[in-house]
Design a protein around this ligand. Structure first.
Ligand code: NAD
Length: 478
């Protein structure tokens, strides 16, 4: 076993350890060995990071720079992400088992693009002005809010962290990023690249550690933090909402999902099978947007299922660093235990495992569950693994009712060649994003977030500007 890599917090432009010197392990799920250790941030470390971010906001140059200057710094950071693309993709692969080819081709370019998009958006966005009668003129300014706590999950470690950090910085805030404890490495490196890109000290800090009672809660309860952008489980969102109440912080929550994927009999079945496979098995199903509930119209149910299962069974499990691997291990032992427990729950509830199941190590094969009832836990709870339920339906109304019968509302998909039906069903689905005959296509200007227990608020383009700024109306007598 090689000596674990030592990661650090990035606070006030410096690499530091926790005040009490404590560390925690990051385990490579492929080898099940500790490959890195990170400082375990306590509330005292959160306070130290907030003090730095507060000073940088209250007295430093960043919020007072022109959007052009901030934009240049963020483009430099994007350039560094591109330059270090192999290294960053490898860090996420080793930390959480994501296939390297997927991290390299998708997560890293998107992480750089998050910075480029918001750097440009903040620079180019237009402000309104209104003539008020003939005597007054009104215009809007979008002021930065202050110190942002960005709390991110482990499933797309770098990509989802940058989705929060980039807009927060672009609109002039200072940031403390708290990456998930399972995947600290790429965010630690991002903090270092922030220093190299010339971000002033305290503007972008990275604080490692756990949530309850430690680094995470230290941020959400801190009076010096103005806003919290969080991506993670809905239950964690509940805890954070309570924690921020006494200090009335602004929150943006992107939380769990149980995406419905509705395949109508008039769909292009080749396309529907292709996208449905990607929708549930990408990143071993550890995707908030996963299409984990498939509803297939009865006339094509047998044919669709046969083709879907054939594809699922042919997917290649293996070492995520091997370019041929499509399914890596699940991110951690704890998560692997959770996902496999749902296979037992499925059988005890009377569902049938048509294909898949547990594999050696922390891998789970692409798993298809049938004989599923809408009320079963496997159909209602977010499994967050490569496990899909398949239920037949007869009518469009029934499909919409089944798809909407969930506490979640992050996204949904539907496949049909009938354009009227496409619009009708897309309008009826209670979800923040609806993909018709496709999956995962995004434009960063569009609203992203969830209905019901999948989220509070939206981010993306002008929605991010609303969240990360204080719009101010100025009325002047002419
Ligand atoms: P999680 O909620 O366990 O943890 C997310 C982050 O919150 C981590 O950094 C964790 O340390 C921190 N945290 C935990 N408890 C906290 C507390 N009390 N106070 C402050 N911080 C706390 O989620 P996870 O397991 O890392 O990620 C998987 C979940 O994220 C799934 O539910 C998935 O659907 C969701 N997710 C949602 C989106 C989206 O865009 N809607 C995207 C990706 C993942």
């Amino acid at each position: 076993m090689t000596t674990p890599v030592e990661l650090h917090h990035v606070i006030d432009g410096e690499l530091v350890d926790s005040i009490d010197g404590r560390r925690f392990d990051s385990v490579n799920p492929t080898t099940q060995e500790v490959w890195a250790t990170a400082p375990r941030g306590a509330t005292a470390d959160a306070d130290r990071a907030v003090t730095a971010a507060r000073r940088a906001f209250d007295d430093g140059p960043w919020p007072r720079m022109s959007p052009d200057e901030r934009s240049a710094a963020l483009h430099r950071l994007a350039d560094l992400i591109v330059e270090h693309g192999d290294e960053l993709a490898r860090l996420d692969t080793v930390d959480m088992g994501k296939p390297f080819t997927q991290a390299r081709a998708k997560d890293i370019p998107r992480s750089a693009q998050n910075f480029r998009f918001f750097a440009d958006y903040a620079r180019l966005a237009e402000n309104e002005s209104y003539p008020v009668a003939t005597s007054h003129h009104m215009y809007t300014r979008y002021e930065p809010v202050g110190v942002t706590a960005a709390i991110s999950p482990w499933n797309f470690p770098l990509m989802l962290a940058t989705w929060k950090v980039a807009p927060a910085l672009a609109f002039g805030n200072t940031v403390i990023l708290k990456p998930a404890e399972q995947t600290p490495a790429s965010c630690a490196r991002l903090g270092e690249l922030g220093i190299e890109a010339g971000l002033p000290p305290g503007v972008f800090n990275v604080l490692h550690g756990f949530g309850p009672g430690e680094a995470g809660e230290g941020l959400t309860t801190h009076a010096g933090v103005d806003l919290v952008t969080f991506t993670g489980e809905s239950n964690t969102g509940r805890a954070i909402q309570k924690a921020v109440a006494p200090t009335l912080k602004r929150v943006s929550f992107e939380m769990g999902g149980k995406g419905a994927n509705v395949v109508f009999a008039d769909a292009d079945l080749d396309k529907a099978v292709d996208w449905s496979i990607q929708a549930i098995f990408t990143n071993a199903g550890q995707v908030c947007l996963a299409g984990s509930r498939l509803y297939v119209q009865r006339p094509v149910y047998d044919e669709f299922l046969a083709r879907f299962v054939e594809r699922a069974e042919s997917m290649r499990l293996g070492d995520p660093l091997d370019p041929a691997t499509e399914i890596g291990p699940l991110a951690s032992e704890e998560h692997w235990r959770k996902v496999t427990s749902y296979l037992d729950i499925a059988e005890s509830e009377g569902a049938k495992i048509l294909c898949g199941g547990q594999a050696d190590g922390w891998w789970v094969k692409p798993t298809v569950l049938v004989n599923v009832d809408q009320e079963m836990r496997v159909c209602r709870e977010e499994i967050f693994g490569p496990v899909v339920t398949v239920i037949p339906f007869d009518t469009e109304e029934e499909a919409v009712r089944l798809a909407n019968d969930t506490p979640y509302g992050l996204n949904a998909m539907l496949f049909t060649e009938n354009v009227r039906r496409a619009h009708r069903v897309a309008a009826a689905l209670q979800a923040g994003t609806v993909w018709v005959n496709c999956f995962f296509i995004r434009d960063l200007r569009s609203p992203f977030g969830g209905f019901k227990q999948s989220g509070i608020g939206r981010e993306g383009g002008k929605y991010s500007r609303e969240f990360f700024t204080e719009p101010k109306a100025i009325i002047i007598e002419i």
